[in-house]
Design a protein around this ligand. Structure first.
Ligand SMILES: [Zn+2]
Ligand SMILES: [Zn+2]
Length: 266
């Protein structure tokens, strides 16, 4: 394990139910600690296949509560109550917009105590736009993603390195500010340039955002069938000088200060 940040793509897809691409989820390793970015359906299976037990997670960052990003939340809540390993050992901090409290309340309203884990197992930290936090050496800054009211983007820093997770978002100059000089920007490229979707980035917009931010590398993800990843990389590369990569499930990126994003494919 390197000293820097390691991002493993657990799901590079969307709401589409596909064999090759699970819904959005990413494992972030920082200083030996494991964090999860979003948990679309399939996240737990993909995480355990990486040799990481969900019980080891320190923190989970939710970008927003569209179902493709939280499909595995309910299984987590249930497991924290009734999976003996999780119940006895998991100490997870859940980060999100304050509006997500209603989602948890709603799930508990429907499923009762099965979906209401003990506080010692799941602590919640709700962040407003611009708020900072810290967990086990990971520096956290919440940004405003232009998608739905309860969306957050995150800047996550460790050991002088920064990764910016935009979640689902439209182009917004404030996101370029959030991503200023970051080693890696993870952008959800859910639209093609030819068929823009409100609330989402196309590849050229993602590239422009990374260029304005002065970021070192850009990872395009959250692919729908209609978006060709190779064409998306080419389009973003026309407006961004840094490295551009298309996410695949299982892809692993090591971030080191000098090298930017160094690609390891598992
Ligand atoms: Zn969304
Ligand atoms: Zn989405």
């Amino acid at each position: 394990m390197p000293d820097g940040l390691r991002l493993t793509v657990l799901g590079s897809g969307s709401c589409e139910l596909r064999r090759q691409r699970s819904s959005p989820s990413y494992l972030l390793m920082a200083g030996g600690n494991a964090f999860l970015l979003d948990m679309g359906q399939g996240a737990w299976r993909a995480l355990t296949r990486q040799g990481v037990s969900p019980a080891m997670l320190k923190g989970v960052f939710l970008s927003h509560h569209h179902l493709d990003h939280i499909g595995d939340l309910l299984p987590l809540l249930f497991a924290l109550n009734y999976d003996p390993l999780m119940h006895e050992t998991a100490r997870i901090t859940l980060f999100g917009h304050p509006g997500l409290a209603k989602v948890l309340e709603g799930l508990a309203g429907v499923f009762g105590s099965w979906a209401r884990p003990p506080r010692e197992n799941l602590r919640t930290v709700w962040l407003e736009h611009g708020e900072r936090s810290e967990l086990d050496g990971l520096q956290i800054l919440a940004g405003a993603a232009s998608h739905i009211e309860t969306s957050l983007a995150y800047r996550l820093g460790f050991g002088g390195l920064s990764l910016v997770y935009l979640g689902d978002s439209e182009y917004d100059p404030s996101l370029a500010e959030l991503a200023r000089g970051a080693e890696l920007v993870v952008a959800h490229c859910a639209a093609s340039d030819e068929r823009p979707k409100p609330g989402h980035l196309g590849p050229t917009q993602a590239g422009r955002l990374a260029a304005e931010a002065g970021a070192k590398a850009l990872l395009l993800s959250h692919f729908y069938r209609e978006v060709d990843p190779l064409q998306a990389v080419a389009a973003a590369g026309k407006v961004f000088d840094g490295r551009v990569l298309a996410a695949e499930d299982g892809m692993c990126l090591d971030l080191e200060p000098a090298a930017g994003a160094k690609l390891h494919k598992s």
